[in-house]
Ligand binder design. Structure first.
Ligand SMILES: Cc1ncc(COP(=O)(O)O)c(C=O)c1O
Length: 384
């Protein structure tokens, strides 16, 4: 049996997504910028996807811009607004638990002369709204925060944050990295005071290398990729029609059964957590209630290194991640667990399990059984 519990790293495509991707690669493959019929046909896919996505957010179609994924959306939101608004101020607020797709452009902007305040978190991963309010100044041009943390699944109070930001400084933009939240929560940017929202296709059963940035029409932002003037000159490059069509399809499909999917994942999570809690010296990071996303569980297996457990599980066709998928490229410890003050020993024995709507109880039972078998053995070896 196989258990794929690494859905926060990536998901498999919906069958219907695959079909539309193949169709736009093999049959309706025209360049949407072309003036002939094949181009016009192809453009219809972009229009359809835009409408499908705008509907999920109750946004205007003209506020959706396609990108190459979550990383590009985040980089564009931060760098594009910082450069466009630097005369108004050079102060940016973010958190200590952001994904590198936000924390790295924030550091880059710091090197370029911007000032960055990084809000800390408590031992559960929660930010303080008072601290946010205190940090907002006259020259704060942007607050960038994630909706759901990719490492431990904590949910940030986005609606409350939006309210506080706009009350303290109506000119401050609010960017939300919703890459782990879109398809799990109903997100209404206009109601929640969100000016920009980043989404990635491959986390919602869409194709890899696809994503979008919602940009409220009032936001002053400059393009990040310059060229032939596609997407109203805001994001040049020949439109990725297969990717965009697949992303639109995935967005529509995931939102068509959102409540059902979330209930399923929440039940699985409650079950998995209660079983893990029965195991000796296994610690769940953050919280597991409503403040946490339905699909992410981060647990430390004291006395066993993450990669040892990961590879032992892999031998039995169980796929998990060591803290966060990005850790394979970076030697440094996890930013979120560090900010939460998790001791090094537990940090180094942390594994992330992440679910999707297709995850089954059988996969969890198999995983729990294998962990139960291998854990005492791995701990015995670790002591020698
Ligand atoms: C919270 C968060 N932001 C950004 C990204 C980057 O998205 P992408 O893989 O589409 O570039 C990820 C990917 O894991 C993520 O979890």
């Amino acid at each position: 049996m196989e258990a794929y519990l690494d859905n926060s790293a990536t998901t498999c495509c919906y069958e219907q997504v695959k079909d539309v991707v193949v169709k736009t690669m093999m049959q309706d493959y025209g360049n949407p910028s072309a003036m002939h019929l094949k181009g016009v046909e192809s453009e219809q896919y972009i229009k359809k996807a835009t409408a499908q996505i705008a509907k999920t957010l109750k946004a205007e179609e003209k506020e959706i811009y396609f990108t190459s994924g979550g990383t590009e959306s985040d980089n564009w939101a931060l760098i594009g607004t910082a450069l466009a608004n630097q005369r108004a101020g050079k102060h940016i607020i973010t958190t200590q638990i952001e994904h590198p797709a936000v924390s790295a452009p924030a550091s880059y902007l710091e090197e370029q002369g911007f000032e960055v305040t990084r809000l800390g978190v408590d031992d559960k991963g929660r930010i303080s709204l008072e601290e946010l309010e205190d940090a907002i100044r006259e020259d704060t041009i942007l607050v960038s925060a994630m909706y759901v943390n990719n490492e431990v699944g904590i949910v940030l109070p986005i609606a409350e944050m939006g309210e506080i930001i706009k009350k303290k400084n109506p000119k401050t933009y609010f960017h939300v990295d919703a890459i782990q939240a879109y398809g799990k929560y109903r997100i209404l940017p206009k109601k929640m005071n969100i000016d920009m929202l980043s989404v990635s296709g491959h986390k919602i059963h869409g194709p890899k290398g696809t994503g979008f940035l919602y940009i409220n029409e009032k936001v002053k932002i400059i393009p990040y990729i310059h060229g032939g003037g596609q997407q109203k000159g805001m994001r040049s490059g020949t439109d990725n029609v297969p990717g965009v069509a697949g992303l639109g399809m995935a967005s529509e499909m995931i939102y068509s059964k959102l409540e059902e999917n979330v209930t399923h994942m929440r039940e699985l999570k409650d079950y998995f957590v209660s079983e893990l809690n029965k195991m000796d010296q296994v610690y769940i990071h953050g919280t597991t209630g409503a403040e946490s996303a339905p699909h992410i569980i981060s647990a430390a297996f004291k006395g066993v290194r993450s990669e040892v457990l990961l590879h032992t599980l892999e031998e039995r066709q169980i796929y998990v991640s060591a803290g966060s998928a990005c850790s394979t490229h970076k030697r440094s410890g996890s930013p979120t667990l560090t900010a939460m003050g998790v001791p090094k020993e537990l940090m180094e024995s942390t594994v992330r399990f992440s679910f999707c709507e297709m995850t089954t109880k059988e996969e969890l039972d198999y995983t729990l059984q294998v962990i139960g078998e291998v854990l005492p053995m791995l701990r015995r070896y670790a002591r020698h």
